[in-house]
Design a binder for this molecule. Structure first.
Ligand code: G4P
Length: 278
């Protein structure tokens, strides 16, 4: 982690723009705290990636929220990003117009915690495979430069950036969306957290997916009811809550429950206050 920090610190002064890739389902928890600290007042493009899985209303709310800050532009991408990625070039040029010209170059650094889709985005921007995607082990690679159109040089961040760790809620949301997978957090705890949030924020989607007309109030009641519906039964006719927890999390990650965003700008403001007070 320190290696990544030091390398980023070293190259940051030469950069004109930062491209920060976030998961649109968790735009707060998928931020890397170091990006904000190290970028100082450099212009930033916040990419809300995996927007095809996120609640479109919330994605718009997050974009407006981020753009309140000076020098910040936000854009959302989903699975069909190929036709849209040229908008990043436009935003770069808008943010640093003095670097646009025949003999000029815009240096842009792309950053993001693992699994937000940074490699996929780099490959789409480059129009060829330059970064490994999927479940490749995180290897510390050397700084990579990729020449894009419009006089933009894209610098990939070396090393691995870690997600928010100081906030327990972020841990649950990172686990729920699959941003972090094999964690110390139990599946059933992640499912409880998720069920509680979905009961509050997306009850209709839960009703439709699990065919439950009257939703219970408590998360554990929901897991039991949905488990019964899905036939998650252990020996002795007990409901297999672990199995149902796995189903809930996997279906959330796959987007089959619906388009869901796990955090709102208001949650961010409230949780940041708590973290500051720690
Ligand atoms: P990273 O470099 O940030 O670590 O992420 P990477 O590009 O490897 O993408 C991680 C996973 O997210 C990949 O799935 C990729 O296909 C998926 N992904 C990237 N962009 C989007 C998007 O806009 N929408 C959706 N729905 N998925 C996207 P994977 O290869 O199946 O890996 P995994 O999910 O099994 O880890």
């Amino acid at each position: 982690m320190n290696k990544a920090r030091n390398e980023i610190k070293e190259v940051m002064p030469q950069m004109d723009v930062i491209i920060e890739v976030l998961d649109a389902r968790i735009p707060y928890s998928s931020e890397n705290p170091m990006v904000t600290a190290l970028r100082a007042d450099k212009p930033v493009i916040k990419i809300l990636n995996k927007a095809d899985l996120a609640d479109p209303v919330m994605t718009s709310a997050w974009m407006s929220y981020f753009e309140q800050e000076n020098g910040v532009k936000a854009i959302a991408f989903g699975n069909d990003k190929a036709a849209e990625v040229h908008k990043i070039n436009e935003l770069c040029k808008k943010l640093v117009p003095h670097k646009v010209g025949p003999d000029k170059q815009i240096k842009a650094m792309i950053m993001g915690i693992p699994n937000v889709g940074k490699s996929t985005l780099i490959n789409t921007l480059a129009g060829r495979i330059v970064a490994k995607t999927g479940n490749e082990p995180a290897v510390t690679k050397a700084q990579q430069r990729i020449k894009l159109e419009d006089g933009i040089m894209l610098y990939d961040t070396p090393g691995m950036l870690w997600p928010k760790v100081e906030n327990e809620n972020s841990g649950y949301r990172l686990a729920a969306t699959g941003a972090i997978r094999d964690t110390a957090i139990e599946y059933e705890d992640v499912a409880s957290y998720t069920a509680e949030y979905l009961l509050q924020s997306y009850p209709k989607l839960l009703q439709q997916r699990y065919k439950i007309d009257e939703l219970p109030e408590q998360d554990w009641q929901f897991i039991e009811l949905a488990g019964k519906k899905r036939g998650c039964i252990r020996q002795g006719n007990q409901i297999d809550t672990h199995k149902m927890s796995e189903i809930l999390i996997n279906e959330l990650r796959d987007g089959v429950i619906g388009r869901i965003t796990m955090e709102t700008p208001a949650m961010r403001d409230a949780e940041e206050l708590v973290v500051e007070q720690l």
